[in-house]
Every structure is written in structure tokens, then in C-alpha cells.
Design a protein around this ligand. Structure first.
Ligand SMILES: *[C@@H]1O[C@H](CO)[C@@H](O)[C@H](O)[C@H]1NC(C)=O
Ligand SMILES: *[C@@H]1O[C@H](CO)[C@@H](O)[C@H](O)[C@H]1NC(C)=O
Ligand SMILES: *[C@@H]1O[C@H](CO)[C@@H](O)[C@H](O)[C@H]1NC(C)=O
Length: 147
């Protein structure tokens, strides 16, 4: 007598897309953030160390923006589906350095998203100016394409 509702529940369960928690968030590939900056993580070795490039859409300097190299590492390579990571950008058009730290998440629609915070260290001319040398911010990246 209760067969039909049971079948309906079963059919709904089968039709539901696999839970986002089952998908793995992979850092390699091309990403774009909320400012329109592009980042490509090209190489990831077996120890979770990676390198890539960063093309920023914004700069605190008056210099012409150039694509800059980045190097970082992700935690617990291959074991975590939503790994934490960090990387350093060596700006090639100014004597500044930025470090990012973040986590790679898979959202409820199965889309990967990188939630990050950064510190930008600008070079200042003397110890006296040290107090104003660091900026902090937040960036959210989504995938452009898998490489
Ligand atoms: C990032 O990529 C998008 C899409 O390819 C492009 O429109 C945009 O100009 C790029 N941004 C920078 C800073 O290169
Ligand atoms: C980690 O994953 C990569 C690609 O997903 C694979 O090539 C590699 O063999 C894996 N390493 C380990 C230790 O499982
Ligand atoms: C950092 O940037 C400078 C200036 O572009 C370059 O000479 C240097 O090789 C870079 N270092 C790394 C590790 O990418």
C-alpha cells in the first residue's frame, strides 16, 4: 500500500545530484577574482607545492602592470577535498610582495571557489615609514578553465 511514496522518495534520492562534499576542489587551472584579476596555477607536484602566474587588475603603484610569478603550497595534498593553501606573489613591476592564504571549497552547486585573505607588503624608504607598509584584504576566486 505504501509502495508508491517509497518509490517516489527513492526516485528523488537517485535524481539528486551527488553531494558537493563528494567533489574535490583542485587548485590547478585558471581563476578570476572579484576584482577581475587572473591567476593561473600551472604546476602542482606530489608534495603539494605549486607555481603559477598572477595578472592583477589593480595596483597601488603608478607602474604598468605585468604578469608576476607566484609560488605556494597546499596542505595535505590528495587527502583533503577542500584543502587550505598559501602562496606568495613576487610582483615583477614593483618592489612589493603579497602573501595569500585561503581554502578551496566546493559550493552547493558543485562549483569550486577559493576564499582568500592577503597581506601586501609595499617597500618603503625607511624604518620611519614601516607603519604604513602593509595592506590587508579579501579576495574570492572562481574557476575560468581547467588546464
Ligand atoms: C582576466 O581574464 C578576463 C577573461 O579572459 C579578461 O577579460 C580580463 O581582462 C583579464 N584581466 C586581466 C587583469 O588580465
Ligand atoms: C595525487 O593526485 C595526482 C593527480 O590527481 C596523482 O597524479 C598523484 O599520483 C596523486 N598522488 C598520490 C600520492 O596519491
Ligand atoms: C621575483 O621577481 C624579480 C623581479 O621581476 C625577478 O628578478 C626574480 O627572479 C623573481 N623571483 C622569483 C622566485 O620568481
Amino acid at each position: 500500500m505504501q509502495v508508491a511514496p517509497v518509490l517516489l522518495v527513492l526516485a528523488l534520492a537517485l535524481a539528486t545530484p551527488s553531494s558537493s562534499a563528494e567533489r574535490k576542489c583542485v587548485l590547478t587551472g585558471s581563476w578570476i577574482n572579484d576584482l577581475g584579476s587572473n591567476m593561473t596555477i600551472s604546476i602542482m607536484n606530489g608534495r603539494g607545492e605549486f607555481s603559477g602566474s598572477y595578472h592583477t587588475a589593480v595596483t597601488a603603484t603608478n607602474n604598468q602592470i605585468k604578469i608576476s610569478p607566484l609560488q605556494g603550497s597546499q596542505h595535505r595534498n590528495n587527502q583533503s577535498k577542500q584543502p587550505t593553501f598559501g602562496f606568495t606573489v613576487n610582483w615583477s613591476f614593483s618592489e612589493s610582495t603579497t602573501v595569500f592564504t585561503g581554502q578551496c571549497f566546493v559550493d552547493k552547486d558543485g562549483k569550486e571557489i577559493l576564499k582568500t585573505m592577503w597581506l601586501l607588503r609595499e617597500k618603503v624608504s625607511s624604518l620611519h615609514d614601516d607603519w604604513k607598509a602593509t595592506r590587508v584584504g579579501v579576495n574570492v576566486f572562481t574557476r575560468r578553465r581547467r588546464e
